[in-house]
Design a protein around this ligand. Structure first.
Ligand SMILES: Nc1ncnc2c1ncn2[C@@H]1O[C@H](COP(=O)(O)OP(=O)(O)OP(=O)(O)O)[C@@H](O)[C@H]1O
Length: 247
């Protein structure tokens, strides 16, 4: 088993408020991990801290990626190493088309110039996989996209950038039943023994199609329970009350 990500005793603050109080998490290559927990538990904070969002200050602990200490690395350097975060609420960027945005990101991350016509073909094929109208490639990134379309646009980026670690923050929320199936199929097609997924979900929609090996329950900035996929059903039935007392 080859380790991809290791988070050690991670404490994260925004301003004076500590949001994560000593998280430990190891993700090996080829694994699918799910993080569940009540609203405001710190799930998104954890993903942002792994991505290197400077809003979140690491006050203690380390993050390792393929054995390299990345705790002090900037977001772009982490992206170049192969870390990807799909946002809970993807932002729109006026003035840059979806195609140009992804092509520039791919060039920067891979260090290889993406030739126009092969890249256009790749975009077209990946958009077909996601049942996205090809005209969206020419629209400004996420500009005027519906909630579900923004989520698909994130998965389009993931598929083209082909990261080693894909972190998906509530990608299944706001998707209709057909879109959940399409997005889940794309995630499954992306996933192989050399890459890993770290998924936050409340609705478990995505988990009907992608079975995680590990489930972590996060409450009040701490992981209070870890287990296999059976935890998802347990939480669905009993809620989080049993875990709150662990905090
Ligand atoms: N930039 C920020 N500034 C101030 N507080 C923040 C910031 N980001 C997160 N928080 C606070 O940290 C706590 C954890 O937020 P986070 O978004 O990580 O929770 P979550 O578990 O992902 O919640 P949800 O399930 O509702 O998406 C919340 O109380 C939130 O208000």
């Amino acid at each position: 088993m080859t380790e991809l990500l290791r988070v050690e005793n991670l404490h994260v603050s925004v301003g004076k408020k500590e949001l994560l109080h000593g998280i430990n998490l190891t993700v090996n290559k080829g694994e699918v991990h799910v993080i569940m927990g009540i609203n405001g538990a710190g799930k998104s904070t954890l993903l942002h801290a792994i991505m290197g969002n400077p809003v979140y200050t690491i006050t203690e602990g380390r993050i390792f990626f393929e054995g390299q200490d990345i705790t002090e690395l900037s977001v772009d350097k982490r992206a170049k190493l192969g870390i990807f975060l799909s946002f809970q609420n993807p932002i729109s960027v006026a003035g840059i088309t979806t195609e140009n945005f992804i092509r520039t990101a791919k060039t920067t991350i891979s260090g290889k110039q993406q030739r126009l016509f092969p890249f256009k073909r790749l975009m077209k094929s990946r958009m077909e996989d996601l049942a996205m109208d090809p005209s969206y490639a020419e629209r400004y990134l996420n500009d005027g996209f519906s909630g579900g379309e923004r989520k698909k646009s994130e998965i389009l980026q993931m598929r083209i950038l082909d990261p080693k670690l894909a972190m998906l923050d509530e990608t299944d929320s706001g998707l209709d039943v057909d879109a959940v199936r399409i997005v889940s199929r794309n995630i499954s097609e992306y996933h192989n023994e050399n890459n890993s997924l770290l998924i936050i979900t409340h609705l478990n929609q995505i988990l009907k199609f992608i079975t995680p090996e590990f489930v972590h329950v996060l409450i009040d900035g701490k992981i209070v329970k870890e287990g296999g996929p059976e935890l998802v059903d347990e939480i669905e039935t009993n809620g989080f009350d049993a875990y709150r007392s662990e905090v």
